[in-house]
Design a protein around this ligand. Structure first.
Ligand code: GLN
Length: 474
C-alpha cells in the first residue's frame, strides 16, 4: 500500500469502491509523497495537512492540487505574487466548489509564474519549481507547479490555467497530459483574471481518462460567469470508439527552423504513429500562424493592464507605507509586482492609450479573428489538427530569464488555438534520446468537441502507454 501514490485517479476510485483502502490512508500516503518530493521539486506554495472532503461525493477524498491563481475558500491564494502573499479568499472558485462537492480534497496550491505571466515558473515571487525529469531544467509555465506535481506523482490530478499555453507547454515539458478546454467550457469565476478573453482553467493528469473524469465534474454553465457556455456537457469519460479509417487529421506544416532537431524528428514519428494506425492524414498550412504570438502579446497585455488595475494598495493585498495617495499607489505597485508583471502592464497601457489603440490593439483584434477563422475552416474538412506543443524541450533554469522575447517563443504553437478559443490537449510522446527530456505534441479539435478530443487521446495512450514511463521512473 505504500506505493499507492503510483495509482492514478481511476485506480484509486476502484480501490475505494472495493473498500480496499480508506480515504485517510490515501491522503496520508500522498502527504508523505509530497514531503519527500518537495525537497527536490518545490511544486507547492501551500500544503493542506488535514483531509477535508464531502463524504457524500463519489470521489471520496482523493487529493487534487490547484494552481495558486484559482481561489480556494480559507486557503491562501497568492498568484505567486508579493501583492497577494497573505490573501485568504472568503469563497471558492466555481471549479473548486464543484470538485469539493464531488468529494475531492484540496491537498495544496501550486507554484506559477506571477499572475500566470510566463513560461517557466521563474517569475514566481517565491521560488522556481524544478522539472522532475531533470532538476536543472524548468517545468514550463505558468502552471509549472501543477505539471511538476503530477509528473512527480505528488498528486494524481491537478488544475492549472491556460491563457496562451500555460497548461499545454508545462504538460509537454513534464511528460504528462494537459487539456485546455474550449473557451467557456469551464467557469472562470474565481480564476484570478489575467487576460479574460483568453483565460481558461485546464487539467493535468497522467492519462486522458483521469482528465475526462475531472472535466465532467467542473465543466458547464455557471451563472456567475457570463462567458461560460450554455451548451450541455457530456460524459467525457464515456469515450467514442475510434475508427481510424473514418477520421481525418490535419497535420500542421511547420517551418523546419522553428523546431529543435530532437522535436523535428519526434514530430515525424508522431505523424507516422497516426499513419500506421490507419488515420487519413493531410498536411495543412495556416498562413497567419506566425502572427499569433505578436497579436497575443498585445491583447493579453492590454487585458492584463485593465485587470491588474485593481491591485492598487487600497482595495486588495499589499499596502505600502506612504505619505499620500499617489505615493501609496506607486510604492504598493512597485514593491508588490515583479518585473514581468510590470512589463505587461506597461505594454498593455501603451497599446490601449489614445493614438496607439487603433494602430495596435484594434489591429491585433482583427488579426486574432482571422486566425480563429483560418483554424475553424480546417475543421470543416478535418476532425482534428495535430502539431507540436513546444519548439524545444525544457530549457535550463536561468537560460531565458534575461531574454523575455525568447521566453515568449515557447508559446509559438500553443497561442493560436487560444486566440481562437479552441480546445487542445498536449499528449506526451517520447523521451528525447539526447536530452532525456519529455517531448509532447498537441491535438486540437473544433469547439466543444472535448469528448472527441479525449477519445482520440485515450486511443493514443492505449497504444503509446506513456503512463508506464512516468511510473517506472520511481
Ligand atoms: N507564457 C504565456 C504568457 O506568458 C502564456 C501564459 C499563460 O497561458 N498563462 O503570457
Amino acid at each position: 500500500m505504500d506505493e499507492l501514490y503510483k495509482k492514478n485517479l481511476r485506480e484509486l476510485l476502484n480501490l475505494l469502491d472495493k473498500n480496499e483502502v480508506s480515504p485517510e490512508e490515501i491522503y496520508s500516503i500522498f502527504l508523505n509523497r509530497i514531503d519527500k518530493e518537495e525537497k527536490k521539486i518545490n511544486a507547492f506554495i501551500t500544503k493542506e495537512e488535514k483531509l477535508i472532503y464531502n463524504k457524500n461525493g463519489y470521489i471520496k477524498g482523493i487529493p487534487i492540487a490547484i494552481k495558486d491563481n484559482i481561489i480556494t475558500k480559507g486557503i491562501k491564494t497568492t498568484c505567486a505574487s508579493k501583492f497577494l502573499e497573505n490573501f485568504v479568499p472568503p469563497y471558492d472558485a466555481t471549479a473548486v466548489k464543484r470538485l469539493k462537492n464531488a468529494g475531492f480534497s484540496i491537498i495544496g496550491k501550486t507554484n506559477l509564474d506571477e499572475f500566470a505571466m510566463g513560461s517557466s515558473t521563474e517569475n514566481s515571487a517565491f521560488f522556481t519549481t524544478k522539472n522532475p525529469w531533470n532538476l536543472e531544467r524548468v517545468p514550463g509555465g505558468s502552471s509549472g507547479g501543477s505539471s511538476a506535481a503530477v509528473a512527480s506523482l505528488e498528486v494524481p490530478v491537478a488544475l492549472g490555467s491556460d491563457t496562451g499555453g500555460s497548461v499545454r507547454q508545462p504538460a509537454a515539458f513534464c511528460g504528462v497530459y494537459g487539456l485546455k478546454p474550449t473557451y467557456g467550457r469551464i467557469s472562470r469565476f474565481g480564476l484570478v483574471a489575467f487576460a479574460s478573453s483568453l483565460d481558461q482553467i485546464g487539467i493535468f493528469a497522467r492519462n486522458p481518462e483521469d482528465i475526462a473524469i475531472v472535466l465532467e465534474i467542473i465543466a458547464g454553465k455557471d451563472p456567475k460567469d457570463a462567458t461560460s457556455s450554455e451548451k450541455g456537457t457530456e460524459k467525457y469519460s464515456d469515450f467514442y470508439e475510434i475508427n481510424p479509417k473514418n477520421i481525418k487529421i490535419a497535420v500542421l506544416k511547420v517551418p523546419e527552423k522553428s523546431l529543435s532537431f530532437e522535436i523535428k524528428n519526434a514530430y515525424r514519428k508522431f505523424i507516422s504513429f497516426f499513419e500506421k494506425n490507419g488515420f487519413i492524414l493531410e498536411e495543412v498550412n495556416i498562413d497567419l500562424w506566425e502572427y499569433g504570438l505578436y497579436v497575443y502579446y498585445i491583447i493579453a497585455s492590454s487585458e492584463a493592464s485593465a485587470n491588474l488595475a485593481r491591485y492598487d494598495g487600497v482595495r486588495y493585498g499589499r499596502r505600502a507605507k506612504a505619505k499620500n495617495i499617489g505615493e501609496l499607489y506607486l510604492k504598493s505597485r512597485s514593491e508588490g509586482f515583479g518585473d514581468e508583471v510590470k512589463r505587461r502592464i506597461l505594454l498593455g497601457t501603451f497599446s490601449l492609450s489614445s493614438g496607439f489603440y487603433d494602430e495596435y490593439y484594434m489591429k491585433a483584434v482583427k488579426v486574432r479573428n482571422k486566425i480563429a477563422f483560418e483554424i475553424k475552416s480546417i475543421f470543416e474538412s478535418f476532425d482534428y489538427l495535430i502539431l507540436p506543443t513546444t519548439p524545444e524541450t525544457a530549457f535550463q533554469i536561468g537560460e531565458k530569464s534575461d531574454d523575455p522575447i525568447s521566453m515568449y517563443y515557447s508559446d509559438y504553437f500553443t497561442i493560436p488555438p487560444s486566440l481562437g478559443g479552441f480546445p487542445a490537449i498536449s499528449v506526451p510522446f517520447q523521451i528525447g534520446e539526447k536530452s532525456k527530456l519529455p517531448i509532447g505534441f498537441q491535438i486540437v479539435s473544433n469547439y466543444f468537441n472535448e469528448r472527441n478530443l479525449l477519445s482520440l487521446a485515450y486511443f493514443y495512450e492505449n497504444e503509446i502507454k506513456f503512463e508506464n514511463k512516468i511510473i517506472r521512473r520511481f
